[in-house]
Design a protein around this ligand. Structure first.
Ligand code: HEC
Ligand SMILES: [Cu+2]
Length: 348
C-alpha cells in the first residue's frame, strides 16, 4: 500500500513537466532560429549593432541575476522553518535593495548605454562624410536612395537598396517626403526616424561583404509591412565598379523587343512618375528606374526582381501592394507587358 502512492506521484511528476519542458524547448528553438539571419539584432555584423547586442546581453543577464536573487529571497521567506521566522529590519533592506542597488545599476547602464551610441556621434560622422553621403528618403511605402560624393551633385539614384563598401563607416542622412518612417537595419545599426521637415543621420558599417535586410520600424500606413530595404555590402573594389555603372544613363536598346518595351514605357505614361536617366525625368514621384534591373527585389522587398515579377508589378501593382501610388496597368496586352518587363530587366 505504501509503495503504491510514491510510484504514482513520482510517475505523474516525471511525465508532466518533462513533456512540457520538451515542448517548450522545441518552441524556443524554433523561435530562436528565427533570430538568426540577415535581419537580426542577435547576429550583429557591424560595430554599432555589436555594441547594441552587447548592451542587450548585459541587460538580459543582469535582469536574470536580479530575478534569481528576488526569487531566492522569496522562496527562502516562504519555506523557512516557521519557528525560525522573524521580521527583518525594514530600513536597511529598503535602502540597500530599493535605493542604492537600482541607483548604481541604472546609472551604470545609462553611462554604458550612452557611450554605446557612438554611431550617432558627430566626429565619426563628419569623418565618413568626407568620402560620401547616402541620403535615404522615406515615401509611403518605399525608399529613395541618393549618393552624394565629394562636391559634385548626385547622378546615382536607386530605390529600396543601398550598396556600401564593407569595412568602412558610411554616413547616412535620412528625411521623409510624407509621414514619419524609421530606418532600421538590425544586423548593422540601431534605428533612426525619418521625420518630415528634418534631416537625421546615422552611421552604417558592415564588417564584411553580405546582404542585410532592413525594415521601416515606424507604422506609416497600410503597406508599412511591405516597406523593406536591402543593404548590399561589397568589397571596396566591387562597390566602386557598381557605383561607376550606376552613374551611366540608360543605354539605347539593342534588341527590337527592348526597343518596343522602351516605346511602350513612354507611350503608357510611365515617365509621369518614373525617371529613367537618358530617357526622361518624372514629374511625380516614383522609384528611379534607370538601373532597376540591377535590384534584388521590387516594391520595397515585396517580391524578387525577375522579368516575370516585373510584369506582375506593372499589371497588378494593386494586388501586390494594395493602396500603393503605383497604378495597376491591367489593360496592357501580353506582348506589350512582356516587352516593357524585358526592357526594364535589361536596365542593369
Ligand atoms: C502615378 C505614378 C506612377 C505611374 C504612372 C507609374 N508608376 Fe510605377 N511606381 C510608382 C510608385 C509610387 C512605385 C513604388 C510602389 C511601392 O513600392 O510602394 C512604383 C513602382 C514601380 C516598379 C517597381 C520599382 C522598384 O524598384 O521597386 C516598377 C517596375 C514600375 N513601377 C514600373 C512602372 C511602369 C512600367 C509604368 C508604366 C506602365 C509605371 N510604373 C507607371 C508610381 C507610378
Ligand atoms: Cu514607413
Amino acid at each position: 500500500m505504501s509503495s503504491k502512492k510514491p510510484i504514482k506521484a513520482s510517475g505523474r511528476r516525471k511525465v508532466g513537466p518533462s513533456r512540457q519542458l520538451r515542448e517548450g524547448l522545441i518552441i524556443a528553438t524554433a523561435a530562436l532560429s528565427g533570430c538568426e539571419g540577415i535581419q537580426s539584432t542577435l547576429t550583429p555584423r557591424g560595430p554599432a549593432a555589436e555594441s547594441i547586442a552587447r548592451i542587450n546581453w548585459i541587460m538580459f543577464w543582469g535582469a536574470t541575476a536580479i530575478l534569481l536573487l528576488v526569487m531566492t529571497l522569496a522562496l527562502y521567506a516562504v519555506y523557512r522553518h516557521p519557528r525560525k521566522r522573524r521580521p527583518i529590519s525594514g530600513n536597511g533592506m529598503i535602502v540597500t535593495g530599493g535605493v542604492i542597488l537600482p541607483l548604481v545599476a541604472l546609472s551604470a547602464l545609462l553611462i554604458y548605454g550612452t557611450h554605446g551610441m557612438s554611431n550617432l556621434r558627430h566626429e565619426p560622422y563628419e569623418g565618413a562624410l568626407r568620402t560620401m553621403r547616402i541620403e535615404v528618403v522615406g515615401n509611403q511605402w518605399w525608399w529613395d536612395v541618393y549618393y552624394w560624393i565629394g562636391d559634385q551633385g548626385t547622378n546615382v539614384i536607386t530605390a529600396n537598396e543601398i550598396h556600401i563598401p564593407a569595412g568602412f563607416p558610411v554616413a547616412i542622412s535620412v528625411r521623409s517626403n510624407d509621414v514619419i518612417h524609421s530606418f532600421w537595419v538590425p544586423s548593422l545599426a540601431g534605428k533612426i526616424d525619418l521625420v518630415p521637415g528634418k534631416s537625421n543621420r546615422i552611421l552604417l558599417q558592415a564588417d564584411r561583404p553580405g546582404v542585410f535586410r532592413g525594415q521601416c520600424a515606424e507604422f506609416c500606413g497600410a503597406q508599412h509591412a511591405r516597406m523593406a530595404l536591402f543593404v548590399v555590402a561589397e568589397s571596396p573594389h566591387t562597390f566602386a565598379t557598381w557605383l561607376a555603372k550606376q552613374r551611366l544613363p540608360d543605354s539605347t536598346p539593342v534588341h527590337p523587343i527592348l526597343q518596343r518595351g522602351q516605346d511602350a514605357f513612354v507611350a503608357n505614361g510611365c515617365l509621369e512618375c518614373h525617371t529613367i536617366r537618358g530617357l526622361g525625368k518624372a514629374k511625380l514621384r516614383g522609384p528611379d528606374l534607370t538601373h532597376v534591373g540591377d535590384r534584388l527585389f521590387l516594391a520595397a522587398g515585396s517580391i524578387k526582381n525577375n522579368p516575370a515579377n516585373l510584369a506582375k508589378i506593372i499589371a497588378h501593382s494593386q494586388f501586390v501592394k494594395p493602396g500603393s501610388a503605383m497604378p495597376s496597368f491591367t489593360e496592357l496586352d501580353s506582348d506589350t507587358l512582356q516587352s516593357i518587363a524585358a526592357y526594364l530587366w535589361s536596365l542593369k
